[in-house]
Write a protein that binds this ligand. Sequence first.
Ligand SMILES: Cc1cc2nc3c(=O)[nH]c(=O)nc-3n(C[C@H](O)[C@H](O)[C@H](O)COP(=O)(O)O)c2cc1C
Length: 365
Amino acid sequence: MELLKIILLEGENPMKIQAQRSSVRFYQGRSTLPIVDRHKLVKLANGIHKGPFGTKIRMKSTEKKMGTFNYITTDKKLEKNPYYIVGCVSTNVDVPEKTDRIDFGYEFEKIILYASALGVGTCWLGGTFLENEANSILDVNTDTEKVYAITPFGMEKTELDINERKKKNGFTRMVMRNTRKPNNLMFFIDVYGNEIQFDTVAQTLGEPKSLIGLLKKHGQLGEYEEEQEEGKKNEEKEETKNEKQNQEKKPQQLDYDLIRKLEKEKPQELSEIWEGIFESVKWAPSAVNEQDWRIVFDQSERAFHFLIESTRSHYCFLNIGIAMLHFELSCLWYGYTGRWEKLKKSNTSWKLPKDVTYSSTFYMD
Ligand SMILES: Cc1cc2nc3c(=O)[nH]c(=O)nc-3n(C[C@H](O)[C@H](O)[C@H](O)COP(=O)(O)O)c2cc1C
């Protein structure tokens, strides 16, 4: 699924969506989840996805109750439980080391953010779920596949009883929700530890491409224009079955309204844009709120290197995939495009502190 289409699907600023998202562990009954939202989410999730480094990821939604060690609303009555989405990766593919987890983090977070855009609650569960149950939902071949995480989904329950409130406070203390590390510990320029300056990033990278150009690149606008032309030529002709089908595929005029809306929402200062893009990474979810991603902006290469502060927890690879998605999605929103690469060790000359591991690079177009 194209990233851009996710934005266009709901017409929401992804940075707002990212800021609004937080892990939801208490859910209302299933009846409060609008059927249309459930279908949209299930349609996006179910099937095979491919991460930026080529790993195949299978996802499936389930109506079954999942074992989550009581971290998530669980009730004897099925309809009082949330629904779930389960995902697994192929582990026997020829991808660079640990990129299966990075790809999984990146792809699964698309579902999380899409749910967020719909106002539907989710919570990454990388540890507190019963793996056997998840394996059976996806019919996982444990020799070649692995479930890294699942998520419940449903409407958040905000009016909690006393026991639920206690539990929530416990979770909040445990993972320090609503807190994040300051920029100077996470985002750097040229040298690890050298705090990022957003006006320098803005000056180096210049104006983003216009959103209209961006939409063309992704075939959103080009298709529309071509079909308009064709439509004119065929005005007098009788409509054939084929043309009818084309007509159905035609993106609507709505796209133009959306472009205007996007243009209007752009802040004036480029440095503000970059501050916002980094803010959206900062508020990404991470296992035990570790925020173990680090980003170094490389001025001469016009590139952003994504690094892992410590690989002591195997979740760090999922976390970095999530951070990559937040970054790319926010860049796209403002018309900045680029590509992901994993550099070979021999191509990196930087001196990184002990324990810090290189993950991936986003080269700006
Ligand atoms: C890879 C990953 C695994 C996670 N695993 C769990 C989990 O097993 N149980 C849980 O309650 N929360 C889990 N979380 C949610 C984090 O605790 C949460 O994202 C973090 O504390 C930040 O809070 P926020 O999501 O509300 O912003 C996980 C998050 C990520 C990204």
